[in-house]
Ligand binder design. Sequence first.
Ligand SMILES: C[S@@+](CC[C@H](N)C(=O)[O-])C[C@H]1O[C@@H](n2cnc3c(N)ncnc32)[C@H](O)[C@@H]1O
Length: 326
Amino acid sequence: MTLLEGRVDDLSHDGRGVVRVDGKVFFVEGALPGEWVSFVRQKRSRKHEIGRLEQIVERSPDRVEPPCEYFGTCGGCAIQHLSSEGQVAFKQNTLLENLERIGGVRPEVLLEPVVGPISGYRRKARLGIRHVPKKGGVLVGFRERHKSYITSLDHCLALHPDVSGLLRPLHELVSKLSCHTRLPQIEVACGDAHIALVFRHLEPLNDEDNGWLKRFADDHNVDIYLQSGGLDTVIPLNPGSERTLSYCLPEYDVSIAFQPTDFVQVNGDVNRMMVNRAIELVEPGADDVILELFCGIGNFSLPLARHAGRVIAAEANVEMVSRATA
Ligand SMILES: C[S@@+](CC[C@H](N)C(=O)[O-])C[C@H]1O[C@@H](n2cnc3c(N)ncnc32)[C@H](O)[C@@H]1O
């Protein structure tokens, strides 16, 4: 196989190094901007080519040792080999490029990016489940990068620690369920006070399976929901006993309630800082009427409404609008 070499001049939206050689664009997993790398052609598509990294000839000063042992296989994280400052700069660049390319606009002033904890921050996730006898049975974790396989995880540095701590017990639970080959995924949502898990199942659960799930919910103080079809089929395992998930924005004395499958900003601390920053900039006053588009469950609208005369908020999902109260 021919060894190719080149300078990485960019990162693709999914974190692959972009190398141009003889007019061709290669996406090379694991390569960082500024690096000189050697690679072999792995796959060709109409638009671009995929290269497999062979050697980093010149290292980027932003390269770090990925903290997670699953990095590289697990698809949960894409750029752990880049310093956290480099990751923030990459995301900011992606946003600026999109604003310019799609919207044709360029900001006049750039503020310092909002940054928060770099581990244990993720309060929403979709865990995949697969039964692979050759790999020892049931696998629970994130999808592998660019593949449909599952990386079986014992822990995860990005997930909220309480969710990470559930990975092993979840693996044991799913292995015990008779329907484990018919369970494709578990949706995880963390409120400030507790965790909800939504089990997608492709066939009805039997009494024994229901019993295992109830015991798990009690033992781990989580609320379990079942989902037999689309999002409108999500029901609590134990109707009447489920608690309302919520997160607090203390600066505005707002507590926002949400359902386990609702959209919430994935990083709770960064969200609080982002809302604070937005409201400082808007400076809502008693005479102001503020329009917020894409309001979801009211993450910005509700705190804005603490100070503005009136907030008009637009959201396509009717159910989220009905929940947008505090
Ligand atoms: C990324 S979420 C953000 C929600 C909220 N602002 C927050 O910070 O949590 C985007 C929201 O926009 C809504 N949305 C998407 N397209 C829309 C449209 N064309 N009209 C109204 N709402 C839309 C979605 O239903 C979703 O709730």
